[in-house]
Design a protein around this ligand. Structure first.
Ligand SMILES: NC(=O)c1ccc[n+]([C@@H]2O[C@H](COP(=O)([O-])OP(=O)(O)OC[C@H]3O[C@@H](n4cnc5c(N)ncnc54)[C@H](OP(=O)(O)O)[C@@H]3O)[C@@H](O)[C@H]2O)c1
Length: 363
């Protein structure tokens, strides 16, 4: 054991009372489902005294937690997974820092970064006490934006590329929402794994050039707008330089998805993982029959609940962390807001064509 660690342990046990402080817990809660900007309230729920900690308890402080589309859907009461009762604290993912603990020093130390595992434990809170068994320790030498957004979107992109079709070097994947946070990881993993990724984004009057430049900067080579799916380039021409897509990834729905299905290869798979347009997925009949298409759905929460205990989750997380450390996987561009500024943060997160992921921080 390092001498600094022995010293710290001695300090903590002998002089603990001197260093205890109280921590005011503020939680972003709603006592009814509805419009997020109206139903969310920042409540001072309790004050934690570190002396309260019991065996295996870890006192953690929020570093950053994103506002993802699923969080908005949950607050609206329109999601497959909802809190067991209200009022509830929201926020599906986030990175926290260990302040104090009653676990062994081999498991966790003050200053460590951790991801709370339990889905029902809302992350939009300044401090909390979590059992060591419900925390995943991650390295603290990666940027906070990557850590805060690690457990949902990068994992989703990873599973989408690994679990549905066996992709080989030079194969093609096409995705809509190419600029979404998930889409950005698909672009970067595709580059690392030598897969062609064709990205469809929504056209916009302002900021299109900046968007294209940004996507290119993270490795995108093929960027088109939704309307291009109906033009010669994507109906025919592009497929003389790269193979037709074996896999389509859909987070939009409606026409954007029907058009995307028409350019897939024979026996290709479309995986729907989001429905940003709130329109149903309509499969064009001719392509469905004559191209023998396969349509599947994916939900990361279900995958996690089935795989948390196995080694596959940890293998995936470590592979993603290695990519981040090597600067091969960048987080989405982020904008940080204090929990106190939650109203502006929530409003900003729901703006269409907002290019930045909104993160909530405790300070
Ligand atoms: N199934 C799962 O396990 C799982 C896991 C993670 C995420 N998701 C889903 O994946 C989707 C993306 O999540 P994210 O965190 O990556 O989102 P994000 O970073 O907030 O990006 C949202 C994306 O949706 C697009 N979009 C928004 N409204 C749209 C509309 N009306 N029509 C077409 N496109 C629209 C945006 O395009 P603009 O820039 O043009 O607005 C952007 O590309 C969400 O539906 C989310 O719920 C699912």
């Amino acid at each position: 054991m390092r001498s600094s660690s022995i010293l710290f342990k001695y300090f903590r046990t002998k002089f603990h009372y001197r260093f205890t402080s109280s921590y005011a817990v503020h939680e972003l809660q709603a006592d009814q489902y509805g419009v997020p900007g109206e139903v969310l309230k920042l409540n001072h729920t309790t004050t934690i005294d570190a002396n309260q900690l019991k065996s295996n308890d870890v006192l953690i402080k929020l570093l950053a937690s994103p506002i993802n589309p699923a969080d908005i859907n949950m607050i609206e009461g329109k999601y497959a997974l909802l809190p067991s009762s209200l009022p509830a604290t929201f926020g599906n993912e986030g990175v926290f820092q260990v302040i104090d603990h009653r676990a062994s020093d081999e498991q966790v130390r003050p200053g460590d970064w951790v991801l709370p595992k339990k889905l029902e434990w809302g992350k939009w809170r300044s401090y909390g006490i979590v059992s060591i068994n419900d925390l995943i320790k991650i390295p603290s030498d990666i940027d906070v934006e990557s850590a805060a957004t690690l457990s949902v979107n990068p994992c989703t992109a990873y599973r989408l590329l690994k679990d549905f079709v066996t992709l080989e070097t030079g194969d093609t994947v096409i995705q809509n929402g190419g600029n979404s946070s998930v889409g950005q990881v698909v672009i970067q993993l595709g580059k690392l794994w030598n897969i062609n990724v064709v990205n469809i984004v929504r056209n916009r009057e302002q900021g299109m050039n900046e968007l294209v430049e940004y996507l290119k900067s993270i490795g995108a080579e093929h960027i088109y707008v939704e309307e291009d799916l109906r033009k010669e380039t994507l109906r025919k021409t592009l497929w003389s330089t790269i193979p037709r897509p074996k896999l389509g990834l859909n987070c939009v729905g409606g026409r954007a998805t029907s058009d995307l299905l028409r350019v897939l290869d024979k026996s290709a798979t479309l995986v729907t993982y989001g429905g940003m347009s709130k329109q149903p997925v309509t499969v064009p009949t001719a392509e469905f029959i004559f191209n023998d298409l396969i349509c599947r759905g994916f939900w990361m929460s279900r995958w996690k609940s089935e795989n948390y205990k196995g080694s596959e989750f940890s293998i995936m997380l470590h592979e993603l962390i290695d990519f981040i450390r090597r600067d091969q996987l960048k987080p989405p561009q982020c904008q940080k807001f204090l929990l106190n500024d939650y109203k502006t943060a929530i409003e900003q997160a729901q703006q269409p064509m907002n290019t930045k992921k909104i993160l909530l921080t405790a300070e």
